[in-house]
Design a protein around this ligand. Structure first.
Ligand code: PLP
Length: 426
């Protein structure tokens, strides 16, 4: 197939859009309407909590308005356990440092700062694109007083969780697991979301299953679940009037949203199977190109393949320069770069996306410490101009991209997208 014969898609091919199932999700919403359980309580909410527990194999789940809210409550639970209750108006992590994944969505990090903590970013390893255990160990050498680690499983690929848990244990630190992107992914036959002292998942619109929005906090004791449930509904005490002994939030999941999530759970395995097919078709299609797909630990983990990603081989990168808000590249025969590929896809009405820009490169977190496996990453990180990358996260950001991974994309459409990507290297 030659690209001159390819026309832009009439209907946009999305990165990952919600996939609903005829009547199923609507059925649960209708049920909520009929019973007039429209607000933040009802069968759907209870059922979502039960389904989370059963599917993931976790002791307790609390249905919340979004994954970020779940992370906030996870940070609060961990913070209180480590440092005790904060004075009213003060964050529970005030003046404390926290280790955190670097290549991720900023929702992973922000709740640390909501509670007054200072995130220290830990560099990434090449195999799973997640937190590098070697860099984490190095970070405990540099900052031995740190007691909390926030870990993400990027794009549905489980991190090197055994090594990371061992390091946390060795240093007496608690682990928060951000499994927002990895619901259904397995590490050594256990679901992501069970490894953290506190874990979270998300039902945001583009995740593997969605409630239009929504999320859940996963914890190991009923006491923690009850505490989080209370905080999520404005921290009312058990009294005849509105009685408050602590600060609360309005974070509970609505019974309407829960109806959608409930319906989606029936299809999660199907969604994962379809995502896997997409990943494998790309892998096969790009065999001859100087690129690699995002990888995982073959013998230990089963990703949920939420997003298929590719990374351009170093030698096949054309010159690409990224400023704060714009990018430029110089086309070159036989070479390409994420900017060229994403711009080309967009011309055909196809949505791709850059890799999450590392947190240590974000203006908002530019002053925060950053640790690579060689120690203080700030001393080394200069630029992310091609060839100038000195940390793994910046390098993956420079050379990688997310491919359209929508499960409604047909095989024929995907084959055309593969041809479009190939044309960038001509
Ligand atoms: C989506 C996402 C979140 C946040 O989830 P919301 O439900 O959108 O608040 C957190 N962390 C990661 C890594 C995510 O991808």
């Amino acid at each position: 197939m030659k690209t001159e014969n390819i026309k832009p898609f009439e209907n946009k091919i999305w990165l990952a859009s919600p996939t609903m199932h005829e009547g199923v999700e609507l059925g649960y919403i209708k049920d909520a309407f009929e019973k007039n359980w429209i607000t933040t309580a009802g069968d759907n909410v209870n059922e979502v909590e039960r389904l989370c527990k059963e599917y993931i194999g976790i002791e307790e789940a609390v249905a919340l308005s979004c994954g970020t809210a779940a992370l906030h409550l996870a940070v609060k639970l961990a913070g209180e356990r480590l440092y005790g209750k904060a004075k009213t108006g003060c964050g529970v992590l005030t003046g404390k440092q926290v280790f955190c994944s670097d290549v991720t969505f900023d929702a992973t990090v922000n709740p640390i700062t909501y509670e007054g903590g200072e995130p220290i970013f830990i560099d990434t390893e090449e195999e799973t694109w997640n937190m590098d255990p070697v860099a984490l160990e190095e970070a405990f050498t540099l900052y031995p007083e740190v007691k909390l680690v926030v870990l993400v499983h990027l794009y549905g690929v489980p991190a090197k969780i055994s090594a990371i848990k061992d390091i946390c244990k060795k240093h007496g630190a608690l682990l928060i697991e951000d499994a927002a992107e990895s619901l259904g992914a397995l590490y050594k036959d256990k679901m992501t979301g069970v490894f953290g002292d506190y874990s979270i998942i998300s039902f945001n619109g583009n995740k593997i299953i969605t409630g239009s929005s929504g999320g859940a906090l996963l914890v190991h004791t009923k006491e923690d679940a009850d505490k989080a449930r209370k905080w999520s509904t404005q921290a009312r005490e058990n009294a005849p009037w509105y009685q408050h002994e602590e600060i609360g939030y309005n974070y509970r999941m609505s019974n309407i949203v829960a109806g959608i999530v409930r319906g989606q759970f029936e299809y999660i395995d199907e969604h994962i199977a379809r995502k896997k097919e997409i990943y494998e078709r790309y892998k096969e299609g790009f065999k001859e190109l100087p690129v690699k797909m995002n990888t995982f630990i073959d013998n230990a983990s089963k990703p949920n393949y939420w997003l298929s990603c590719l990374i351009v081989d170093k030698e096949a990168m054309c010159k690409q320069v990224r400023g704060e808000k714009e990018a430029l590249y110089i086309p070159e025969g036989g070479k390409s770069c994420p900017t060229e590929i994403l711009e080309t896809l967009a011309k055909y009405n196809v949505e791709g996306r850059p890799i999450w820009k590392p947190m240590h490169m974000q203006p908002i977190y530019r002053m925060n410490p950053f640790v690579t496996k060689d120690g203080n990453g700030r001393a080394r990180t200069n630029a992310y101009i091609e060839g100038g990358c000195t940390d793994v996260g910046a390098d993956i950001f420079a050379r990688g991209l997310c491919l359209p991974s929508d499960i409604k994309m047909t095989k024929e459409e995907q084959d055309i997208i593969i041809e479009i990507v190939k044309s960038c290297f001509e």
